[in-house]
Design a protein around this ligand. Structure first.
Ligand code: ADP
Ligand code: TRP
Length: 321
């Protein structure tokens, strides 16, 4: 089963990104044909700084590999390394009713926030449909905000297939309901846009600072504490086995320890958990050519699928070569 995902090269990754998305990808590569690309063309819709986009793209590849995406098990490439996607985007545009795009939440939300609308923002879902359909992807794991985009890809594929037969595999989205929302420092959903994140690859000092900022109540040190409402506990739980969770609950209910102790404990859990990832990241950062070779290998595999698909599509729509 081919599972495709595109992960934006959008800077520092936080615990929400790891437990909400990357961990599932790492598991998926064991059981499926996982293909992952870095959608740098999509990032162009909002990032207008060439150097930053280039740096973020390589950095994203390094981060995913450091966190367990294994190029021997899955295919990893940069979107712009397979130009066929732009050609398909244009072909699909002819099968995309304006109303379909006008109804897209992501576009409407951005316009409502006062972000100046340009055509790339508007046609973003068509490029995403091209990403999905070019590789005959069957399953697209997404966050809730991206469901509508996969539905648009389905609609476009169905319209196209109505005219030309079974050209495209009709994709399905998959939302992982079991993944709980990881809370941020203030208890709201951890998100870059709320400034309440704990970043995976921060320094030890920054991690300490972030943990110290986690909002707790003011129960005095000696008294029992309610772990169920505690953000520190909610975060710590992500790193613990069942028996360790029970042990931590007992420490809360027993009293005698302050939130400072629990924060220090959490800090240690986070730091140790990502130790191997930090080492791998440091390795790739000092060997960028190795990363580029991996991305080129991935692009070759992706290009092979894409070029065969496009030969067929050009033929049926009448683009003569
Ligand atoms: P952010 O909200 O920081 O901008 P993104 O929207 O770029 O994060 O999210 C990238 C991926 O990480 C998505 O699949 C999203 O579902 C997941 N994710 C982000 N924040 C969280 C969170 N707090 N809890 C669970 N998953 C999250
Ligand atoms: N739009 C997705 C996001 O913002 C990224 C993306 C681009 C994508 N193309 C895709 C995701 C194709 C899945 C499939 O997160």
């Amino acid at each position: 089963m081919r599972v495709l995902t595109g992960i934006q090269p959008s800077g520092a990754l936080h615990l929400g990104n790891y437990f909400g998305a990357i961990k599932q990808m790492v598991n998926l590569q064991e059981s499926s044909d996982l293909v992952i690309f870095i959608p740098n063309y999509h990032a162009l819709t909002s990032l207008k700084d060439g150097k930053a986009l280039r740096d973020n793209t390589l950095d994203a590849a390094i981060n995913f590999m450091a966190l367990g995406i294994d190029p021997n098990k899955s295919t990893l490439w940069v979107q712009s390394d397979v130009k066929e996607v732009l050609e398909l985007y244009w072909v699909l545009s002819g099968y995309t009713p304006m109303g379909l795009l006008e109804r897209a939440h992501s576009y409407k939300d951005k316009v409502a926030k006062g972000i100046a609308a340009n055509h790339s923002l508007f046609s973003y879902p068509v490029l995403m449909a091209a990403d999905i359909l070019l590789y005959d992807s069957e399953v697209i794991p997404v966050g809730k905000d991206q469901i509508q985009h996969v539905e648009i890809a389905r609609d476009i594929a169905i319209k196209f297939n109505n005219d030309f037969g079974d050209v495209f595999t009709i994709p399905a989205y998959k939302v992982d309901e079991v993944v709980a929302t990881v809370p941020g420092l203030d208890g709201a959903k951890m998100s870059k846009s709320y400034g309440n994140t704990i970043d995976i690859f921060c320094s030890e000092k920054e991690l300490k600072k972030a943990c110290s900022k986690i909002v707790t109540d003011s129960t005095p040190m000696e008294e029992p504490k309610d772990f169920q409402t505690c953000n520190v506990y909610a975060l710590a739980k992500l790193f613990l086995e069942n028996d360790e969770v029970v042990a931590l609950q007992e420490r809360y209910t027993k009293g005698g320890e302050g939130y400072g102790h629990f924060k220090a404990y959490l800090q240690g859990l986070i730091w140790n958990f990502f130790e191997e990832a930090r080492d791998k990241r440091a390795y790739f950062l000092s060997n960028p050519h190795e990363v580029m070779d991996i991305l080129e290998d991935g692009a070759k595999k992706a290009r092979k699928i894409a070029s065969e698909k496009m030969i067929h599509i050009r033929e049926i729509v009448g683009i003569y070569r």
